[in-house]
Design a protein around this ligand. Structure first.
Ligand SMILES: CC(C)(COP(=O)(O)OP(=O)(O)OC[C@H]1O[C@@H](n2cnc3c(N)ncnc32)[C@H](O)[C@@H]1OP(=O)(O)O)[C@@H](O)C(=O)NCCC(=O)NCCS
Ligand SMILES: CC(=O)OP(=O)(O)O
Length: 325
């Protein structure tokens, strides 16, 4: 059974409520209707009802079974504002809170925070910053995780499964933070039945280049090994040493990971984001995510390049993450 089918089995009939702040978008609406009709999730669409009806009419969608919330008509808006002000502890006035909660991503994130929804999927229209900022401010990271990060599940045409991270959030990371991202990504990999073998990527393999940037990855590797001594993880290493057995054998002969890595931790966001898009656009890999890691509740940030199928799949993964809470 493929990974998406097995996630469908997990979430079917569990009625996980997922908020879609971009309810007016055709791709989002199409995915939500399919998920509802298949009994996989309970979507909560945000948006202007007339706009949603218009999108539905143009695409012959039946929206009769969907829950739609218009923020300005929401009965419990004031209670959400109070909860937001309380959560932000002096970082937002009530007036600022009212303005913020009139925007769909803040409003949707507050539905998750207050338990009215189990997760949120956005980012098909909004940028990553606009999608995740409310989550960083409201939902926050789990104890022991200092930075939220974004992992991408990469599926090859011949059944290959890899995790790439951080491809979405942190522009640069300190070695300690990079180490935490590696450990979190290994946990995410297990959700998809990947037995993690983590490569800490660099332009250098085991000290072959002498540069501060490679040394930072080596330092992160050392910390990650201390954080998770039983995890198969190694570095710093180049991508060819990580995936090609013959290169791994030459460049890192004693490594338990070289040549067979399936979880790739990139040294910074330039590398990670470019790396996954190359695999997707030139390598023909399907990219599912970004799957945000380390948050207290599941919030997912789509790529604006997502199609309906991508949104359908990431929503299922978000529901599966919610079930694990
Ligand atoms: C994610 C991002 C928007 C956060 O930046 P920001 O809004 O400027 O964040 P700030 O520094 O103002 O921090 C806002 C809050 O989030 C928290 N925060 C920021 N980054 C965080 C992270 N990675 N993990 C956890 N918390 C984080 C801060 O501690 C702060 O919390 P507080 O307000 O309670 O004190 C920013 O890092 C970013 O733009 N990243 C790149 C995203 C991107 O373009 N990716 C490529 C496409 S996917
Ligand atoms: C994940 C990602 O790169 O998102 P976007 O394409 O929306 O910038």
């Amino acid at each position: 059974m493929n990974i998406i089918e097995s996630i469908k089995e997990k979430v079917a009939g569990k009625n996980m409520k997922i908020v879609f702040p971009e309810g007016e978008d055709k791709r989002v609406l199409g995915a939500a209707i399919k998920l509802k009709n298949e009994g996989l999730i309970e979507p909560i669409m945000l948006g202007d009802i007339e706009e949603i009806k218009k999108t539905a009419k143009e695409n012959s969608f039946d929206i009769s079974k969907l829950q739609i919330i218009e923020i300005e008509k929401y009965d419990e808006f004031d209670a959400l504002v109070d909860a937001f002000v309380e959560r932000r502890k002096g970082k937002a006035t009530r007036e600022q809170a009212v303005e913020m909660l009139k925007t769909v991503n803040y409003f949707g994130t507050m539905l998750v925070y207050t338990g009215k929804a189990d997760g949120l999927v956005s980012g098909a229209v909004f940028s990553t910053g606009d999608t995740v900022r409310p989550a960083l401010q409201i939902i926050k990271t789990r104890p022991g995780v200092s930075r939220t990060s974004g992992a991408m599940l990469m599926l090859g045409q011949n059944g290959e499964k890899y995790m790439f991270a951080d491809i979405a959030i942190n522009i640069t990371l300190e070695p300690q933070e990079l180490a935490e991202v590696a450990v979190e990504t290994a946990k995410t990999a297990r959700i998809f039945d990947i037995d993690p073998k983590v490569a800490m990527l660099s332009f250098s393999t085991m000290g072959s280049a002498k540069h501060e940037l490679a040394e930072r990855v080596a330092e992160a590797t050392k910390i990650a090994k201390e954080l998770a001594p039983d995890l198969a993880l190694d570095g710093e290493m180049q991508f060819d040493a990580a995936v090609a057995p013959e290169v791994g054998a030459k460049k890192a002969p004693n490594s338990p990971v070289a040549g067979k890595a399936n979880v790739f931790v990139f040294p910074d966001l330039q590398a990670g984001n470019i790396g996954y898009k190359i695999a997707q656009r030139l390598g023909g890999y399907e990219a599912i995510g970004p799957i945000l890691q380390g948050l207290n509740m599941p919030i997912s940030d789509l790529s604006r390049g997502s199609n309906e199928e991508d949104i359908y799949k990431l929503s299922l993964i978000t529901a599966a993450q919610a079930l694990e809470k």
